[in-house]
Ligand binder design. Structure first.
Ligand SMILES: C[C@H](O)[C@H](O)[C@H]1CNC2=NC(N)=NC(=O)C2=N1
Length: 104
């Protein structure tokens, strides 16, 4: 499969423009979602399923009322690749689907 292609700064900026709420921190992208704890746990299970399917895993930090997702590509030496942005879009959709759940 080889090493995935590392994106340029320009490509990263272009990709981020399509991802409101996500920001670049060095060679990672990260977003913090306001979401209730139990709803976030359910979202995390779905994110984990997705990650296994695409073999790309986010770092997830769950707190009482928010969830932070951070993504980079380990196989590219912890640099940003297209797979990071694909996963970020997917995480957005998954979290959005769970934020409305009436769980606390
Ligand atoms: C062998 C396996 O596919 C790789 O280790 C995958 C697993 N999940 C991964 N997740 C992330 N975020 N980056 C990777 O480079 C990566 N590589």
């Amino acid at each position: 499969m080889g090493v995935p292609r590392v994106l340029s700064d320009e490509e990263i900026a272009e990709n981020l423009a399509d991802l409101p709420g996500w920001e670049r921190k060095g060679d990672e992208i990260t977003r913090t979602y306001e979401i209730r704890y139990h709803a976030a746990v359910a979202a995390i299970v779905t994110i984990a399923d997705r990650s296994r399917r695409v073999q790309h895993h986010a770092d997830l930090d769950l707190r009482i009322d928010h969830l932070r997702a951070t993504v980079t590509t380990h196989d590219a030496g912890h640099r940003l690749t297209a797979a990071d942005f694909d996963l970020a879009h997917r995480i957005d959709a998954i979290v959005a689907a769970h934020q409305s759940l009436p769980l606390d």
